[in-house]
Design a protein around this ligand. Structure first.
Ligand code: CAA
Length: 292
């Protein structure tokens, strides 16, 4: 199987790695709008594989084989994929134009499946006006590790495409859960309001950053506290999902925290900008930063 991943950021590179690690996948085209962005995505994959080798969890030869499957470039290298997974920015018009360009000008394989890794946008709307249907294939960060793939059926996604994407997910060692289109699908509908609530708990002075994260880690057995997880996902992504939930429902329970909005304006986005609820140091340690 050949897979094209469009967008080589955190999710795109992780998804590329998840596919390249499977014996069923012979090639991963990792694409972005600039060659250097695509190469940056491949460098992230190399770093992850190097870590596995250093820990003695993977042979160097296996790491080389996985990395050797990843070809980087602009979207125009994706001529013959069996599956396209779009992981560009969460902007409806960008996603629509990306699929249109791929379907009309680039991909020559008539049986190619077109999937979007959107974290909350409407699959039906993404697919509107396109010649070929779009299906949701939603991975979780870090994509090489997290087992779940939400497979989302839009109003115009045929059952056969959904079934095929569930099968592909299993082939690469993931567990698919089929969901109907709804803002936030299942996980983000539940998880992201929880993170937003944690931000409000901090904003209203109930506890400090470490207190909230420690409470949720030890009290609920979550692997990361909600503020740490917000930083990890990216606070801009958290805000975008809250805004989609609110726009779709007009329910005040989905109103984004004013502090979240302020931090996004300040580019305090978390790990990706080096600062959020924590400051991320070069030695991989992190220290809480008061945001009030
Ligand atoms: N890429 C690849 N592999 C990674 C990785 C990354 N970015 N980060 C960690 N790993 C691997 C490590 O190499 C390690 O592998 P081995 O067990 O084979 O050695 C394994 O994951 C565990 O890593 P660590 O021992 O370093 O650290 P940990 O035990 O603390 O686990 C974690 C790290 C897996 C990220 C864990 O903290 C966790 O599960 N956190 C919650 C993540 C989560 O909730 N993700 C969902 C976010 S929501 C989302 O993504 C959807 C959306 O649309 C916004």
């Amino acid at each position: 199987m050949k897979v094209a991943v469009i967008g080589a950021g955190t999710m795109g590179s992780g998804i590329g790695q998840a596919f390249a690690q499977s014996d069923a996948v012979e090639k991963v085209y990792l694409c972005d709008i600039k060659q250097e962005f695509a190469d940056g995505g491949k460098a992230k994959i190399k770093k992850n594989l190097d870590r596995q080798v250093a820990k003695g969890k993977m042979e160097q030869a296996k790491a080389d084989e996985i990395l050797g499957k990843v070809v980087t470039g602009l979207a125009d290298i994706a001529v013959d994929p069996d599956l396209v997974v779009e992981a560009v920015l969460e902007k409806m018009d960008l996603k629509q134009s990306t699929f249109r360009n791929l379907q009309e000008n680039i991909v020559k394989n008539p049986d190619c499946i077109y999937a979007s890794n959107t974290s909350s946008l409407s699959i039906t709307e993404i697919g509107t006006g396109l010649a070929k249907p779009v299906v949701g294939m939603h991975f979780f960060n870090p994509a090489p590790v997290m087992k779940l793939v939400e497979v989302i059926q839009g109003a115009n996604t045929p059952d056969s495409v959904v079934a095929k994407v569930k099968e592909i997910s299993e082939t690469i060692g993931k567990t698919p859960v089929q969901v109907n289109e709804a803002a936030g699908f299942v996980v983000n509908r539940i998880l992201v309001p929880m993170i937003n609530e944690a931000i409000n708990v901090y904003y209203t002075g109930t506890s400090d950053i470490q207190g909230i994260d420690t409470a949720m880690k030890l009290g609920c057995n979550h692997p990361m506290g909600p503020l740490e997880l917000g930083d990890y996902i990216g606070l801009d992504v958290v805000l975008a999902i809250m805004d989609v939930l609110f726009a779709d429902t007009h329910d005040n329970k989905y109103a984004a925290s004013p502090l979240l909005r302020k931090m996004v304006r300040a580019k305090h986005l978390g790990v990706k900008t080096g600062i959020g609820f924590y400051k991320y140091n070069a030695d991989r340690t992190k220290t809480p930063v008061d945001q009030l």
